[in-house]
Design a protein around this ligand. Structure first.
Ligand SMILES: NC(=O)c1ccc[n+]([C@@H]2O[C@H](COP(=O)([O-])OP(=O)(O)OC[C@H]3O[C@@H](n4cnc5c(N)ncnc54)[C@H](O)[C@@H]3O)[C@@H](O)[C@H]2O)c1
Length: 249
């Protein structure tokens, strides 16, 4: 059962990566709260909730992102919120990682986030309102020896959000990031039910992985007027993972 987040009714929100995992769960929370949601993704989702519209998008293309935002403005007349959940992960350390994979991860996770923000910014500035929520990661807050490109991209997203908050705050636009802990989604399929996944879960103070909807709830809060004086923060939604160093047992 989705909670109702007040103040989202009729808001128009673009969710990149909205066809799967955290993006899709976020779209469900937003739609259940009365928002009009556009889920933009490379792949079509089988079960988009009512109130959500699918649009195909590669977030690494500036042209396609600008075109999508223009067509949303034609159709809805406004964009109140942006959630950047499109992301990819490629396992690899400094020596084993292919340069092409490094570039691909940065292109989608970092440049894609920037391009989405850039596409909505002038409209939001003109209206002197808007909320942007970037999905970063605990892997952008802490080092991790085997996922160099991903960690780097997410750390950069957290820093970009602070800079965008500084740039857009005077124009009434809020920008925040959320750093999820381990959330069971198609992205984590190789960890789920494996000893390494169980050890990872045990490092969360709540001793479990999170649910996509728990991230979606936090995103909805940051999009809503309930967070109207919050900008420039990185909110961990990680069951306490980043709060304490615990030995996994
Ligand atoms: N699952 C976790 O444990 C976890 C933890 C921290 C952060 N995150 C972040 O949350 C976000 C969502 O991940 P998820 O776990 O829901 O994974 P997911 O794979 O279920 O969803 C990611 C979505 O992004 C889309 N996507 C990938 N490249 C794209 C592109 N170029 N253009 C448009 N869409 C594209 C995919 O098609 C997919 O639908 C990602 O940014 C991820 O890094 C996930």
């Amino acid at each position: 059962m989705n909670p109702f987040i007040s103040g989202l009714k009729d808001k128009v929100i673009l969710v990149t990566g909205g066809a799967s995992g955290i993006g899709l769960a976020t779209a469900r929370v937003l739609a259940a709260s009365g928002a009009r949601v556009v889920c933009a993704d490379l792949q079509q989702s089988q079960d988009l909730p009512q109130g959500c519209e699918f649009r195909r998008l590669d977030v690494s293309s500036e042209k396609l992102t600008q075109e999508l935002v223009a067509s949303m403005l034609d159709r809805y007349g406004q964009i109140d919120g942006l959630v950047t959940s499109a992301g990819i992960s490629r396992v690899g350390d400094l020596e084993s990682m292919a340069l092409q994979e490094w570039e691909q991860v940065l292109q989608v996770n970092l440049t894609g986030t920037m391009l989405s923000a850039r596409a909505v910014a002038s409209h939001m500035k003109q209206r002197r309102q808007g909320s942007i929520v970037a999905i970063a990661s605990i892997n952008g807050m802490l080092g991790n020896p085997s996922n160099l490109a991903y960690c780097t991209s997410k750390g950069a997203v957290i820093q970009m959000v602070r800079s965008l908050a500084a740039e857009l705050g005077p124009c009434g636009v809020r920008v925040n990031s959320i750093s999820p802990g381990y959330i069971h989604t198609p992205m984590t399929i190789m960890l789920d039910e494996q000893p390494v996944g169980q050890a990872f879960e045990a490092m969360h103070l709540l001793k479990r992985a999170g649910k996509s909807q728990e991230v979606g709830n936090a995103v909805a809060f940051l999009l809503s007027d309930m967070s109207s004086f919050i900008t420039g923060v990185n909110l961990p939604v990680d069951g306490g993972f980043s709060a304490a160093k615990v030995i996994a047992i």
